[in-house]
Write a protein that binds this ligand. Structure first.
Ligand code: NAP
Length: 685
């Protein structure tokens, strides 16, 4: 039996007293002793705030992304250590891979998004500047900066690795230190993972701490810069949420709680259709993966009332093919629950539901194990005698349990789904797009995610039960009302959004991004001849001017095939309330502008990889004279590549100084030789 340790203030700490003893899910033998007695929680909070936080905040977003990448790679390399331990949780290898490799995948996913999509700095600028005065001398912007506190995460037992990492990835990327408190039954997995990360020396001191055992008194230490991210049952969420310190000090509290997720078989998915089979497969999968111990598992299967018998029969037949037994056996489809206590809770929940539901399936053969010793339970399919009865919509049996309910028409399906009082996810399974739209829009307000499944999506669907780092995880009402992940949305939960008002030059300095109206630095020659390292924000060129002729418009139409009337038909263009005469193609204006601002020779600008935010603000008429203002707006170093990305603010103006086109030109600009991995030409140092 392992005595689990907490990692606090840079040291591992073992409790001197006997803790709660957890048991092997299959053999019933003791696995770990869990106690936080003697752990100084106040020291942990201080260490996070005053050591971990400053260290993380001193790093740029790409530097923090590199930490996530190193952690993800480490856990992939060391995964067998975790797989071996995971056997004691009752999980099959496939179940464990969701937890272990899925968790590493979240780290790597966030690492890559952070590197590609976040600025090479410390501040996120949210949206475009708001012009607050007529002359443009007073602007407003929104910025996000890391909160100066600690993120406390309290996790459920079912995904001890993934559950920790899906919270840790966005938190670290945001620049906020974390204290992890895993659930007692599987804390040994989280402890082993944290130990791997700490021993690899990847993270700065104080960025990650671990408390195995109770955290009594911790909430009293928190304040308005801190964040509690909870995952677990709705009851525990409700209890923790009402902690007086959280409300008195406005401590952010995010809850991912339990959820009576539904899958709806559409009326168009008749027996024999691909979608009917997909529905059956999805329900069976959600009942049996992790022995149904997933917050996202399908608990309520809604089917058109006339199809109830056919669905019950198909599910019973599919469940008969599920091999339940020793999770270490490669042929096993479903292993054990995490422990016998959990199994008894599930049995209790099933009993509560049976008052208004009949049993369709609740027996199976257990292969190679003694079900009296291990925490084994047969997949259990119920059929509600009254779909409106409360029990099925309010009782979470956190195991391999699902209830079939009949519905009469789409409105009834939507109404019954909503009786779950808010869920993490629902699946809508139908071949009919109109039915999919009606059901999805009907249930969306009660869900954090809707998975629409048809034959086309099925080949590549990630499935009903898999939260993805790129999509929002969380749901309203009973599901906790929280939100996690969702790509870069997830990092904003750990940052403070601040509206900042001021002059363009002040806001340029604050945001690290050139603002319209701020000083332009001209006179250093053409900015495309400057290396990334020598380019200052605001470095600009006002180009030479050139006339747009009718011949050019006609030639452009002939070479591209774009004969839109506004460019080619004088009469129709004159009658147009927008143009009042023939105008140049917007794309011709962009091309002529490029001809004005590019520097033709090879130089630091390696490539133009796109434009952003393009608007054709006013028409350009034959005879107009165009000039371009090109200004270095934003710089993002791409570490180790020899270049950085530069976004240029481009304003194409006419002879009256009126902007006719505005956009960002996106370029890759080389570092000086030898810097950031940029090649050094032969013969030079
Ligand atoms: P739980 O009993 O509610 O416990 C969740 C966490 O809260 C555990 O770490 C637990 O620690 C801790 N906790 C309990 N009392 C506490 C207190 N007074 N102060 C601080 N922490 C406290 O849930 P569980 O049995 O671990 O997990 C199963 C439940 O989680 C299911 O209902 C499932 O639906 C839900 N879940 C939801 C999601 C989601 O993303 N929405 C994901 C997974 C699971 P101890 O273990 O030490 O008591």
């Amino acid at each position: 039996m392992r005595i689990l340790e907490s990692y606090i203030h840079g040291c591992w700490h073992a409790s001197s007293t006997q803790g709660i003893v957890t048991q092997h899910a299959v053999t019933g033998e003791p696995v770990s002793s869990v106690s936080s007695d003697g752990v100084d929680l106040s020291a942990a909070v201080d260490h996070a705030r005053y050591v971990g936080g400053p260290a993380l905040r001193s790093m740029t977003f790409p530097e923090r992304a590199a930490l996530l990448k190193a952690m993800g790679q480490l856990l992939i390399a060391e995964k067998e250590v975790l797989y071996e331990l995971s056997a004691a949780t009752g999980a099959t290898r496939a179940d464990s891979s969701i937890d272990i490799e899925g968790g590493a995948g979240v780290l790597l996913g966030y690492a890559s998004r952070g590197r590609r999509e976040l600025p090479d700095g410390h501040v996120l600028v949210d949206g475009d500047p708001e012009i607050l005065s007529r002359d443009g001398s007073f602007l407003g912007i929104h910025i996000a900066t890391p909160r100066r506190g600690v993120a406390v995460q309290i996790n459920a037992f079912n995904f001890p690795v993934w559950g920790t990492l899906e919270k840790l990835a966005p938190t670290l990327l945001a620049g906020v230190p974390t204290i992890v408190k895993p659930a007692t039954p599987t804390a040994f997995m989280t402890e082993a993972m944290v130990r791997l990360i700490i021993e690899a020396g990847i993270l700065p001191d104080g960025a990650l701490q671990l408390v195995c055992g109770r955290v009594d008194g911790l909430f009293n230490l928190l304040d308005g810069q801190d964040h509690v991210a909870f995952t677990g049952s709705a009851d525990t969420a409700a209890m923790l949420r009402s902690h007086p310190t959280l409300s008195a000090r406005s401590v952010r509290f995010n809850a991912e709680a339990d959820s009576l997720n539904a899958a709806i078989l559409g009326e168009a998915a008749v027996p024999g259709s691909d979608e009917f089979s997909l529905f059956v497969t999805e329900v069976v999968q959600e009942m049996t993966v992790k022995a149904g111990q997933k917050c996202t598992a399908i608990r309520r299967a809604l089917v058109p009332t006339p199809q109830l018998d056919a669905v019950a029969e198909a599910l019973a037949s599919a469940l008969a093919g599920v091999r339940v037994g020793d999770p270490a056996d490669a042929d096993t489809d479903m292993g054990a629950l995490v422990g016998v206590t959990q199994r008894e809770e599930v049995r209790g929940a099933v009993m509560a539901m049976r008052a208004s539901a009949d049993v369709v399936v609740d027996h199976c053969e257990f292969h190679g194990v003694n079900p009296k010793v291990g925490a084994f339970l047969a997949p259990t399919l119920l059929r509600a005698s009254d779909p409106n009865d409360d029990a099925v919509h309010t009782t979470e049996a956190f195991g391999p349990v699902c209830t079939l309910l009949g519905y009469d028409g789409p409105d009834d399906a939507v109404r019954l789904t909503a009786l779950g009082s808010g869920s993490l996810v629902a699946s809508v399974v139908t071949p009919d797009a109109n039915e999919a739209a009606a059901l999805t829009l009907g249930i969306a307000a009660h869900h954090g995610r809707v998975h629409v499944l048809d034959a086309i999506a099925s080949a590549n669907s990630t499935g009903h039960g898999s939260p993805l780092p790129t999509l929002v995880h969380g749901g309203p009402g009973r599901a906790g009302g929280g939100e996690e992940m969702g790509g870069l949305r997830g990092i904003r939960h750990h940052m403070q959004t601040t509206a900042v008002q001021g002059s363009p030059d002040m806001l340029t300095a604050v945001a690290g991004q050139w603002m319209p109206g701020a000083i332009r630095h001209v006179g250093q020659g053409h900015p495309f001849r400057l290396h990334f390292d020598d380019l200052e924000l605001g470095t600009a060129i006002r180009t030479a001017s050139r006339e747009v002729t009718l011949d050019e418009i006609e030639n452009f139409a002939h070479s591209t095939g774009d004969y839109f009337y506004a460019h080619m038909d004088e009469e129709a263009a004159s009658a147009s309330p927008i143009f009042g005469g023939r105008v140049a193609h917007g794309y011709l204006v962009l091309s002529l502008a490029a001809g004005l601002f590019v520097w033709p020779d090879p130089g630091p600008v390696l490539a133009n990889y796109g434009i952003d935010r393009c608007r054709f603000a006013k028409p350009t008429y034959p005879g107009d004279i165009l000039t371009v203002w090109l200004t270095a707006k934003r710089k993002t170093l791409r570490a180790g590549t020899g270049y950085g990305e530069v976004a240029w603010d481009a304003q194409v103006i006419n002879q009256d100084e009126v902007v006719v086109a505005a956009y960002d030109v996106l370029t890759m600009v080389a570092n000086r030789p030898g810097i950031n991995g940029a090649p050094v030409p032969d013969g030079t140092v």
